[in-house]
Design a binder for this molecule. Sequence first.
Ligand SMILES: [Fe+2]
Ligand SMILES: [Fe+2]
Length: 358
Amino acid sequence: MMIGRHHGGKLLAGASLAALSRRTLATASVVAARGFAGEAAQGAKYLYSGPARGGAAASAWLRAPAIGMRRESTLALGEKEARPQQQQQQQQQTAEEEKRAAAGGKAIASYWGVEPSKVTRGDGTEWRWTCFRPTETYKADLSIDLKKHHAPLTFLDKLAFWTVKSMRYPTDIFFQRRYGCRAMMLETVAAVPGMVGGLLLHCKSLRRFEHSGGWIKALLEEAENERMHLMTFMEVSQPRWYERALVFAVQGVFFNAYFLGYLISPKFAHRVVGYLEEEAIHSYTEFLKELDNGSIENVPAPAIAIDYWQLPEGSTLRDVVLVVRADEAHHRDVNHFASDIHYQGRELKEAHAPLGYH
Ligand SMILES: [Fe+2]
Ligand SMILES: [Fe+2]
């Protein structure tokens, strides 16, 4: 009985394989009949712009028919008249890529018609950053009140306050007075809540078929801004292997804890971030003290910071810490505000989100 079943299974598998082969061969012959074997070979050429190696070349030839099939099926959707123009664009693109490759840069080839965008500054010179664009740069509002504090009165607020305070002690012990390293490490955590909150509000908006009041974007803006803090501090401090390992572990724990916390009580989650930002303001104030008393060298500001915060040429690390601290104060306001909305029994979507609040 078991042998019979086994044999039957083999027969079934064999029949399926045979059907699959017929299908594959049939598709391949249609493509060949349409005469796009030449284009397929050209597609393989686009895949590799570097010098040909034995393995790479063989792999390209193996992939070539698949490229031809895909390309033809895309063009078959009533766009055949656009082909000469597309071919011209591709030729231009390939020529540019070859020029770039000849200049020593590693070109990224594409036959999808998606050209790498060229970003320029207002004066027409090339924009050197890929992680943000000139339209995302701004001048930080340094006039913001840094001393504002939300007094924890309710049980939930006290829990949020002491959760953050309890996290500060191990951080103080671990980093001591190495504020550059401390800032870099803490930014890896600070950039998580905005993304998690934005993601959950996004899913909620989809589930409930409702608007978000701009809060998804506001929280994602916060995450992006925090990530830019990290990109900046990476320029002045390099993480050691055990610090990288710590970030890995902390991110795993914090992401999931915040995700769950936000699901259970967004009121609590935003309050926690509000207090985290208050702590961040304190840390950056200490950082400034160390810069002022000469314990930390006031090195020139990283180029990425000068462009992102539109700082004048000749700015220093102190100027960078000032604008980052102002950003943290804005995050504090946004998150305490979000928590207050929930405290009033309302939903975030009922209040216009503070978009572009820097
Ligand atoms: Fe930050
Ligand atoms: Fe922040």
